[in-house]
Design a protein around this ligand. Structure first.
Ligand SMILES: *[C@@H]1O[C@H](CO)[C@@H](O)[C@H](O)[C@H]1NC(C)=O
Ligand SMILES: *[C@@H]1O[C@H](CO)[C@@H](O)[C@H](O)[C@H]1NC(C)=O
Ligand SMILES: *[C@@H]1O[C@H](CO)[C@@H](O)[C@H](O)[C@H]1NC(C)=O
Ligand SMILES: *[C@@H]1O[C@H](CO)[C@@H](O)[C@H](O)[C@H]1NC(C)=O
Ligand SMILES: *[C@@H]1O[C@H](CO)[C@@H](O)[C@H](O)[C@H]1NC(C)=O
Ligand SMILES: *[C@@H]1O[C@H](CO)[C@@H](O)[C@H](O)[C@H]1NC(C)=O
Ligand SMILES: *[C@@H]1O[C@H](CO)[C@@H](O)[C@H](O)[C@H]1NC(C)=O
Ligand SMILES: *[C@@H]1O[C@H](CO)[C@@H](O)[C@H](O)[C@H]1NC(C)=O
Ligand SMILES: *[C@@H]1O[C@H](CO)[C@@H](O)[C@H](O)[C@H]1NC(C)=O
Ligand SMILES: *[C@@H]1O[C@H](CO)[C@@H](O)[C@H](O)[C@H]1NC(C)=O
Ligand SMILES: *[C@@H]1O[C@H](CO)[C@@H](O)[C@H](O)[C@H]1NC(C)=O
Length: 471
C-alpha cells in the first residue's frame, strides 16, 4: 500500500537503496554534474540595453515541485533519474519511508506548512535544530521531514495526504514555464531568502531584509516596516515604478489601513513606512489590467512589479490550479513580447518561497542576515524557536526572460562568487543596473547575474508560447 505512492522511474546508473528498508537514509541518491553557462557573453552594454524590468513573483512552490520532472538539459538539478524519499515518522523511523513521484495534482488540496518552525522540521527533521551545530556543519539539512510535518500539521496518518508535499508536477503540467526556461535562462540553485512564509520573503526581495518579521503579521498591511526599499530608492532617483496588483476582491484594492486584525496580502510596496508616508501608494499601485494596457501602449515604467491574485486561481498557491497559473504567465509573457518595449525589457519570473513543497537541495547555512534582528515563534510541540535569518529558505524556480539573454541557458551557482542566488540577487543586480545604494548585508553577499546578458540582442525570441491559437 505504501509503495503505491512511490512510482517514479529510477535512472539506471544510480545507486538506489530500498526506500522502505532504511527509514533514516539521506533523502536523495544521485549526482548532478555542474555545467557552466553556455553561449553567454558578458556585456558591458547591458546597462544601456535593459531599460524596463518586470518582476513577477508567483506563490509558494519549490524548484522540485515545479521542475522536478524537467529533463531538456541533463545538467538541471531536478529529480529526473533520482529517487527522493522521506521517512513516514521521522521520530520513530519504524514506519518506513515513502518516495516522491510526479503525480502532484493540478489543484493541491492542502497548503503544506511553510512557517519557520515547520520548515525546521522539513529541512532538519526537528523543530529545534541546534543553531550552533548547524553553523558548524555538524547538524545537516537532510531535507527529509516534509512528510512528518504534513502529517503533524493535518493531524492524520493518511499517507495520501502525507506524501503530497514531496510529490511534484509532471513536465506535461508545466509547458509554459518549461518553454520559457528552454527559450531563456533557468536558475537551478536559487533559494528563498527566508525558510518561512510569503511576506518576509517578499520583504527581502524588495528591501534586502524582513526587519525581524518571520510571519505574515499585520505590520505588513500598511507601512509597518521602516527600512529602505527598492521603491524608495527608485523614487529618490526620479525613476518610475508601478506595483501592478490583482485582487480577488473587486470592491477593495487592498486591506484597509484601519484593519489591524489580520495579516493579509496587500501590494508589497505597502509594507514600507515610506510608501505610506509619501503617499506613493496613491500614484504607484495600479490594477493588473493596466499592466496589459501599458505593455500594449509602450508605457511600462522602469520597474514593473506584478503580484498575482492571492491565492485561489492564478498565483500557483494552493488551491490555485497550476494550469491557471501557467495561463497567467503566458499572458504576461505575450503582452511583453508583443510590446514595443520588448527589445529593452527584462522579465524576472520567480516564486516567493517553497509553500511547504519539498526540495532535495539543502539550503545554505551560515549566511549574512539582512540585519541583526531575530524572530521567535512557537513550534507545533509548543516550545519556542528563535531564528536569526542566517540560513536560507528552500530552492525555488527562477527564470530570466529577455532578448538580451541566451537561449536554453541553465545557471547553477555563480562561478567565482561566494554568495548564492536568492530574491536578494534581484535588487543586488538592479543596484548594479541602476547604480542604487546597497540594501543590506544579505544583498551585498548575494550573487548577481549581469554576466548572463548577451553582447547583442537575439532575434529568435518566440512570440507565442504553447497553447496559443497563433502558433
Ligand atoms: C550560440 O547560440 C546561437 C543561437 O542560439 C548559435 O547560432 C551559436 O552557434 C552559438 N554559439 C556558440 C559558441 O555555441
Ligand atoms: C511519530 O511517532 C511519535 C513517537 O511514537 C508519535 O508521538 C507521533 O505522534 C508520531 N507522528 C505521527 C505523525 O504519526
Ligand atoms: C486519505 O486521504 C485521501 C485524500 O484526502 C482520501 O481520499 C482517502 O479516503 C483517505 N484515506 C483514509 C483511509 O482515510
Ligand atoms: C503562501 O504562504 C502563506 C504563508 O506563508 C500562506 O498563508 C499563504 O496562503 C500562501 N500564499 C500567500 C500568498 O501567502
Ligand atoms: C512611519 O514612521 C514614522 C516615524 O517613525 C511614524 O511616526 C509613523 O507612524 C510611521 N507610519 C506607519 C504607517 O507606521
Ligand atoms: C528628481 O526630480 C526633482 C524634481 O524635478 C529634482 O528636484 C531632483 O533633483 C531630482 N533628483 C534626482 C536624483 O535627479
Ligand atoms: C472586499 O473588501 C470590502 C472592503 O474592505 C469588504 O467589506 C468585503 O467584505 C470584501 N469582500 C470579500 C469577498 O473579501
Ligand atoms: C504588488 O501588489 C500585490 C497585490 O496586490 C502584492 O501582493 C505585491 O506584493 C505587490 N508588489 C510590490 C512590489 O509592491
Ligand atoms: C485579476 O485577475 C483576474 C483573473 O485573471 C481578472 O479576471 C481580474 O480582472 C483581475 N483583476 C484586476 C484588478 O486586475
Ligand atoms: C527598440 O526598438 C525601438 C523601436 O521600436 C527603437 O527605437 C530602439 O532603439 C530599440 N532599442 C534597442 C535597444 O534596440
Ligand atoms: C515564546 O516566545 C514568545 C514571543 O514570541 C514569548 O512571548 C513567550 O514568552 C516565549 N515562551 C517561552 C516559554 O519562552
Amino acid at each position: 500500500m505504501l509503495l503505491s505512492a512511490s512510482t517514479s522511474l529510477l535512472g539506471s546508473a544510480l545507486l538506489i537503496s530500498s526506500a522502505l528498508a532504511t527509514p533514516a537514509h539521506p533523502p536523495i541518491q544521485g549526482t548532478n554534474k555542474q555545467k557552466g553557462p553556455a553561449n553567454v557573453t558578458a556585456s558591458s552594454d547591458w546597462k544601456s540595453a535593459i531599460k524596463n524590468v518586470v518582476i513577477l513573483v508567483l506563490e509558494n512552490r519549490s524548484f522540485d515541485s515545479v521542475f522536478g520532472d524537467v529533463s531538456y538539459d541533463p545538467s538541471i538539478n531536478s529529480l529526473v533519474g533520482k529517487q527522493y524519499c522521506n521517512p513516514i515518522n521521522i521520530t520513530t523511523g519504524n514506519l518506513g519511508s515513502i518516495c516522491a513521484s510526479n503525480t502532484l495534482p493540478d489543484v493541491s488540496p492542502e497548503d503544506p506548512d511553510h512557517g519557520i518552525s515547520g520548515v525546521n522540521m522539513q529541512v532538519f527533521g526537528t523543530w529545534h535544530p541546534e543553531e550552533s551545530s548547524v553553523q558548524s556543519g555538524s547538524q545537516k539539512p537532510v531535507m527529509d521531514g516534509f512528510v512528518t510535518q504534513q502529517l503533524n500539521r493535518y493531524h492524520t496518518d493518511n499517507i495520501t495526504i502525507g506524501v503530497r508535499p514531496i510529490d511534484y508536477l509532471s513536465a506535461q503540467q508545466v509547458p509554459i514555464l518549461t518553454s520559457l526556461a528552454k527559450e531563456y535562462v533557468l536558475f537551478d540553485r536559487w533559494f528563498a531568502d527566508v525558510p518561512g512564509p510569503t511576506n518576509p520573503n517578499r520583504a527581502y526581495l524588495t528591501s534586502g531584509t524582513s526587519h525581524g518579521h518571520g510571519r505574515n503579521d499585520v505590520l505588513f498591511n500598511w507601512g509597518g516596516l521602516p527600512q529602505y526599499s527598492i521603491f524608495q530608492a527608485l523614487s529618490e532617483k526620479n525613476m518610475s515604478w508601478i506595483n501592478y496588483s490583482n485582487t480577488t476582491n473587486a470592491s477593495a484594492a487592498y486591506i484597509a489601513p484601519e484593519d489591524k486584525t489580520s495579516g493579509g496580502f496587500n501590494p508589497d510596496a505597502l509594507f514600507y513606512n515610506w510608501t505610506v508616508a509619501t503617499k506613493a501608494y496613491e500614484t504607484n499601485i495600479k490594477p493588473l489590467s493596466q499592466f496589459y494596457n501599458d505593455a500594449r501602449d509602450g508605457k511600462l515604467p522602469q520597474l514593473s512589479y506584478i503580484n498575482p491574485e492571492c491565492c485561489s486561481y492564478d498565483s500557483f498557491h494552493p488551491p490555485s490550479p497550476v494550469s491557471m497559473g501557467e495561463a497567467f504567465v503566458k499572458k504576461v509573457y505575450e503582452a511583453l513580447r508583443t510590446s514595443s518595449q520588448w527589445n529593452e525589457t527584462l522579465l524576472i519570473l520567480t516564486f516567493d518561497e517553497h509553500g511547504g513543497f519539498a526540495d532535495h537541495v539543502p539550503p545554505p547555512s551560515n549566511v549574512p542576515a539582512g540585519d541583526q534582528l531575530t524572530y521567535t515563534e512557537k513550534a507545533l510541540d509548543g516550545a519556542n524557536i528563535t531564528f536569526a535569518f542566517d540560513r536560507m529558505g528552500i530552492r525555488v524556480p527562477t527564470i530570466l526572460v529577455s532578448p538580451w539573454v541566451g537561449k536554453g541557458v541553465v545557471e547553477h551557482k555563480r562561478d567565482g562568487q561566494d554568495g548564492e542566488y536568492s530574491a536578494s540577487s534581484i535588487i543586488a543586480t538592479l543596484g548594479k543596473l541602476w547604480d542604487l545604494p546597497n540594501f543590506s548585508p544579505r544583498t551585498a553577499w548575494s550573487s548577481t547575474f549581469e554576466h548572463l546578458f548577451l553582447g547583442e540582442q537575439r532575434a529568435d525570441a518566440v512570440r507565442h508560447l504553447p497553447g496559443s491559437a497563433q502558433d
